[in-house]
Design a protein around this ligand. Structure first.
Ligand code: DAT
Length: 209
């Protein structure tokens, strides 16, 4: 082989190796456990339910409200509604990293948040929308010390099934499940359902996904 041909062959081999490295780093790691989103109006029981799922299945629990506060994912203040404006990019980058770390560790993830359209669709294998009756939600939000206005807005959102509609618009219909979350029996049954579904998911995806 001439020097020129050898140099060309070496360059081609180096380019192929670089391409392989690039392709490997673009490939997200395969998940061996599913990723579940628990969503619904404030007070329906997302954090309680997600904590129980995380305990029973040894999943990583991402309580998005807490993450937003802990990492100051804010980009200003909305004076009309007296709330912070969410820095979605910062939050999503943070969550992407946490999800990817959990996947690397072979763990499933349960995310809980009162909204769902901001997350990438590819993140979730299942979206659980918790619902509560007006009377139950009234008591829980009163207990939480919400103002009449804030409680009223949230109850209206629940009655109008705002989060359920958002979930159905943002994710494939087959992965969105609406369940009641009025009492402890409901919670137990919802968590049991996720446990069974997860066992089946693992059987159906022996090589991960
Ligand atoms: P969310 O995260 O949706 O705001 P939460 O998990 O903080 O709601 O629950 C609000 C309150 O209601 C809290 O005191 C626990 C209680 N709760 C939640 N789900 C329940 C259920 N299925 N049965 C009885 N109480 C429940």
């Amino acid at each position: 082989m001439s020097d020129a041909a050898a140099a060309a062959a070496a360059a081609a081999a180096a380019a192929a190796a670089a391409a392989a490295v690039a392709a490997a780093s673009l490939d997200p790691p395969k998940r061996s456990r599913p990723i579940v989103l628990v969503t619904g109006t404030p007070g329906v029981g997302k954090t309680s339910t997600a904590s129980l799922i995380a305990d029973r299945l040894s999943f990583e629990h991402l309580c998005v409200g807490d993450l937003v506060k802990e990492h100051s994912c804010y980009e200003g203040r909305d004076e009309t509604f007296d709330t912070h404006i969410l820095d979605e990019d910062k939050l999503l980058d943070l969550m992407e990293q946490m999800i990817s770390d959990a996947i690397e560790e072979g763990k499933g993830v349960v995310v809980d948040y009162h909204s769902c359209e901001l997350f990438p669709e590819r993140w979730f294998n299942l979206v659980l929308v918790l619902r509560a009756s007006t009377a139950v939600l009234f008591d829980r939000l009163t207990e939480r010390g919400y103002s009449d206005r804030k409680r009223g807005e949230n109850m209206e959102a629940e009655i109008m099934q705002v989060v359920l509609d958002e979930a159905k618009e943002s994710y494939s219909q087959e992965i969105v499940h609406e369940v009641q979350s009025n009492c402890l029996d409901d919670m137990e049954s919802n968590v049991g359902r996720i446990e069974k579904w997860t066992q089946q998911w693992i059987k159906d995806n022996p090589d991960g996904q």
